[in-house]
Design a protein. Sequence first.
Length: 479
Amino acid sequence: MMLAMALAALDGTVIATAVPQIVGDLGGFSVFSWLFSGYLLAVTVTIPVYGRLSDTYGRKPVLVAGIAVFLLGSLLCGAAWSMASLIAFRVVQGLGGGALQGTVQTIAADLYPLSERPRIQARLSSVWAASAVAGPAVGGLIAAYADWRWIFLVNLPLGGLALWLTARYLREPERDRAAGRPRVDWRGALLVFASGAVLLTALVQGGVAWPWLSAPSLGLVACGVALVAVTVVVERRAEAPIVPGWVWRRRTIAAVNLALGALGLLMVAPAVFLPMYAQAVLGLGPVAAGFVLSVMTLSWPLSASLSHHVYRRVGFRQSALIGMTGATLVLLSFPFLPYPGEPWQPALLMLLLGAALGLFQLPLIVGVQSTVGWSERGTATGSVLFCRQIGQSLGAALFGAVANATLTSRLGPSSGDLDTVSRALETPGAATDQLRRAVAAAVDHVYLGAAAAGALAVVALLVVAPRRFPVLKDEDGTA
């Protein structure tokens, strides 16, 4: 499971540092962002589909198929002959990546009782932490001393080992399934994919490829809303819907969906804007700026591994409330950092933020998985992960608009946007005091928005979630 998770975790971080070499070889600078957006879209819209499929056919065939599709996409990416073909093959990778993220977390809940799930989920979280730290360095080394295509081809031996281990050693217990051939709502799956892809494209490209109030943005939003309406009608009539209504009718799952959506929203602040702050305001290089952020990925899995000591005493809901309240206070404190300040100051805040979010996220995921049986666990896990991904896409669009508005007000309409700032930061000595102060103000506003998202998560848990999650007994009789 950790090898399979590593495929998805490394993919986003390794490629980032090789973009200059890829663009230099294939061209297509104006559309290179789709190397990330295309993958993100495919992963996001397929997570709920794979969750439902794993409940219908079992986890193992879905995971095996996901790894195989991911490896096929990696092989094709390594053979890409143009930026357009590379983007298309990245989408193929994403179609496999959606199976990896949701199914691995579901299998962890299937194989281990509630008492052991925090330890296992913490190990899976450590994969993401290690990938966040090591990925950019590995990508940079490959780009510097080998061909950039090896960034994708290196997935083949790692994924081949994960595929072999999964096929040989993963044993799912026999489950009682309804007589007859399982039914899959393929029409609903296609509609979920289409509506999610259209809306996410509008969020990802709005304000970047075209203005928010332009015809492309408005047209995509209108088309996406119409597709969502059709999807709801179709899914309500389906015998076995891909996104069943109970994921929103049950208070526990609905509350966690909203809370993890808010988590995805607020995570954009440190992940996207803190490195820019570290370079422009603190004057750090790209590597040092990455380390300011990476301390969060160290405290997060450690806190998650210890969270069971908290939620066993006070419950899943209270543990998550403690974690998100602490995270909100940390986010609120960021605008009070001195200007220009020292690197250890934001690093300390990120250390505290990771510890708080580890106490927030893991209890909610374990709690939701513990309230459903095997036949619903894949759908429930896919639902909460899907909402987290949607929150990230929404946060990138929303906070990007906030930052651009602040930069425009400080620097003027002709020079105040994220793209201009990013290009200025690439030139040594180009970050003037005016630019540094403008970036500091923009990031401060983004962190205030992230704190508001944290407050929304707290409200969702207080208002929607029950005081105690209705935990089912494990097969050994323990709760």
